[in-house]
Design a protein. Structure first.
Length: 190
């Protein structure tokens, strides 16, 4: 289990966090609403960057109510469609790609995803964790959450290959006309 205040791991049976002293006893959600996902579930679902996302996710939990709070995610801002694919948010990736094809809308969406990307990922993670918890036995939960969540590592390789191809295309677009011009000038001189 992880502390809801500072994110440090809490030793089993502890009533207070060793890092910040916060109580480890969770308050029930008022009004019968859905509880926030357990931090251990978030850690299993998110994977390597769970410390970063736990901190961001906590900012969306105001008391016992979920609320949007502007945060900033550089990866979501710089690599919008790729970031959504990397985080397995396929519908958002499609919407981001379509928005990027529309000049003014693309710019606005680009900035909006930088501001709201963490919240969109929080909503995605909460929904997926809830679905998995509803149908998965407790013993299999960490494994299934890790499979459903995590990241698509192939996105990095596709991005690298496409970037290399784009750079090669730019170099070719510049150098081929110069080469042809040089050849044509050379044949005129003869």
């Amino acid at each position: 289990m992880y502390c809801s205040s500072c994110g440090r791991e809490i030793r089993p049976g502890a009533l207070f966090c060793d890092g910040c002293g916060a109580s480890t006893i969770a308050d029930p959600v008022e009004g019968g609403g859905a509880p926030f996902p357990a931090e251990a579930d978030v850690v299993c679902f998110v994977g390597d960057q769970s410390g970063y996302y736990l901190g961001k996710f906590r900012s969306f939990q105001v008391g016992r109510v979920e609320a949007f709070v502007p945060t900033w995610n550089w990866n979501a801002f710089l690599f919008t469609t790729w970031w959504f694919l990397y985080r397995k948010m396929y519908l958002w990736a499609l919407l981001a790609f379509v928005a990027s094809c529309i000049p003014v809308v693309g710019l606005v969406a680009w900035i909006a995803v930088g501001v709201a990307g963490n919240y969109l990922y929080y909503r995605h993670a909460s929904a997926q964790i809830g679905r998995v918890r509803a149908v998965t036995p407790e013993g299999d939960l960490p494994r299934v959450l890790a499979q459903m969540g995590g990241v698509n590592r192939w996105v990095i390789w596709v991005g690298v290959v496409l970037t290399i191809l784009a750079i090669a295309g730019i170099i070719a677009a510049i150098s081929i006309p110069l080469f042809l011009k040089t050849i044509s000038e050379g044949t005129r001189a003869i």
